[in-house]
Design a protein around this ligand. Structure first.
Ligand code: IMP
Length: 433
């Protein structure tokens, strides 16, 4: 009997999911992306090589793994074909091992133009999007005027839909935002070329999933972004436009009863790119020390897609409880433990105070979130290099105490700990560890 495992970020993205997925991939027959789009950037280090995957599932670096871009993803053919070419150039096989859902929506030029124009129009209130057209594409999907791969690979249908959708959106671009219109003929020709290139990969992935479940295959569902960027449960409107929480079912066609385990990925501290509330942010020497430590290790605390510096802060237990419960996590993967080696004392936020009263849940109101004061518990740091540790028992006792605090807040056991950027720097805890 195969297992279906969901892996999901529990903070604001960039928790190190790509690395955990890569470490686990060889145990799975299928690795499936189910939401988001080219706004994601999953970084994987193998030896001296760094791979940043935006749309292609992280399983692609394991020969024999079938990688699926399922129906819930919004796919930018420009980014996808460039990523495929880049992988091939580096000797990675990208052929029948990559499948794209015929129900996945296509990110079109007007989506990217609208993302740009709306952000510019918002001025200082901008959301800080990655400008990849994610929001406008999901908006077209919900408005029932999107174009899916099923339509794009049929030239006549594609032409009819594209003309209709651009007629309205060009009016919005020019008349509302004063931006340039999209040239219909040029867009049609360009996207027909992408359709031709991608057509061999397009399939009914709902049937593919169903068959994989019947055949007892092991399936890894690869979440992108983080649960605090979720459209329903995140810091709305400073969120992405997809369902990070719950998207694994609607984004693949796999019923909820067929998901066996949910692994929540949590960074040992917190970070956020883009705008929006972040109660435990350390816009001070501590935040700078986190950046410095990462750079000392040859890493970087910058968005993989946008290159923007990430804001850093202490671990937020209110966030962790909120997202661990929403996702029903059965286990945790804790990322970047090595970064905290630089601190003699570590702080963990265990609750918020709002107007002098304790608050244990994450409020919906952003004005409330902006006013909360984090209540911190202090823990002793371990102040030694843990990047060579390979076994749970070899972790310093202070590090294990820190991980026990994470477990208590999330209400789930730590199963994996990452202690460095390399593929091999993942400690897997034995069941009785
Ligand atoms: P969008 O998804 O491009 O619309 O951006 C909306 C918000 O989500 C912005 O704050 C982005 O910085 C953030 N975001 C989107 N994708 C990621 C990601 O993969 N990691 C971290 N932040 C992300």
């Amino acid at each position: 009997m195969g297992q279906t495992v969901l892996l999901v970020g529990l903070q604001w993205g960039d928790e190190g999911k790509g690395k955990v997925i890569d470490a686990l991939s060889e145990r799975f027959d299928l690795v499936v992306r189910f939401q988001g789009g080219a706004n994601a950037g999953h970084t994987i280090h193998i030896g001296q090589e760094e791979f940043i995957l935006r749309l292609v599932p992280s399983g692609i670096l394991h020969p024999g793994t079938l990688c699926v871009i399922a129906n819930g993803v919004v796919v930018d053919p420009v980014a996808l074909t460039a990523e495929m070419a880049g992988l091939r150039q580096r000797g990675v096989d990208v052929g029948e091992n990559l499948v794209i859902s015929d129900r996945a929506h296509v990110v079109l030029p007007h989506h990217k133009a609208l993302d740009e124009a709306r952000e510019a129009a918002r001025g200082k209130d901008r959301l800080g999007t990655t400008r990849n057209g994610i929001g406008p594409c999901y908006a077209d999907k919900a408005s029932r005027c999107g174009i899916r791969f099923a339509e794009m690979i049929e030239p006549d249908v594609f032409h009819e839909r594209l003309v209709a959708v651009l007629e309205i959106n060009n009016r919005i671009l020019t008349q509302v935002y004063g931006a340039e219109p999209v040239d219909v003929d040029a867009a049609y020709d360009e996207y027909c070329r992408y359709a031709e290139e991608l057509k061999p990969h397009v399939q009914d992935t709902v049937m593919l999933m169903r068959q994989a479940l019947r055949d007892g295959k092991n399936i890894l569902l690869e979440g992108a972004q983080g649960s605090m960027l979720d459209l329903n449960f995140g810091t709305y409107p400073y969120v992405t436009s997809s369902e990070v929480v719950g998207g694994a079912t609607v984004g693949t066609g796999i019923p909820p009863t067929r998901i066996d385990r949910v692994i929540g990925v949590v960074k040992s501290y917190c970070s956020r790119v883009g705008t929006g509330p972040f109660p435990t942010e350390q816009d001070n020497e501590i935040g700078k020390a986190i950046h410095r430590t990462i750079e000392m290790h040859g890493g970087r605390e910058r968005g993989s897609v946008t290159g923007r510096p990430r804001r850093c802060g202490w671990l937020d237990g209110v966030v962790l409880r909120h997202t661990a419960e929403l996702n029903g996590v059965t286990g945790l993967a804790v990322g970047m433990l090595d970064v905290l080696s630089a601190f003699e004392t570590l702080k963990v936020c265990t609750a918020y105070k709002l107007d002098g009263r304790g608050l244990h849940s994450f409020p919906a109101s952003l004005t409330a979130v902006e006013r909360v004061e984090p209540v911190y518990e202090e823990l002793e740091g371990w102040c030694c290099d843990v990047s060579d540790v390979t076994r749970w028992e070899e972790l310093p006792p202070q590090a294990r105490r820190y991980l026990a605090a994470v477990e208590e807040l999330a209400g789930a056991p730590v199963e994996f700990v990452s202690v460095g950027p390399e593929r091999k720097q993942v400690i897997e805890r034995e069941p009785d560890g």
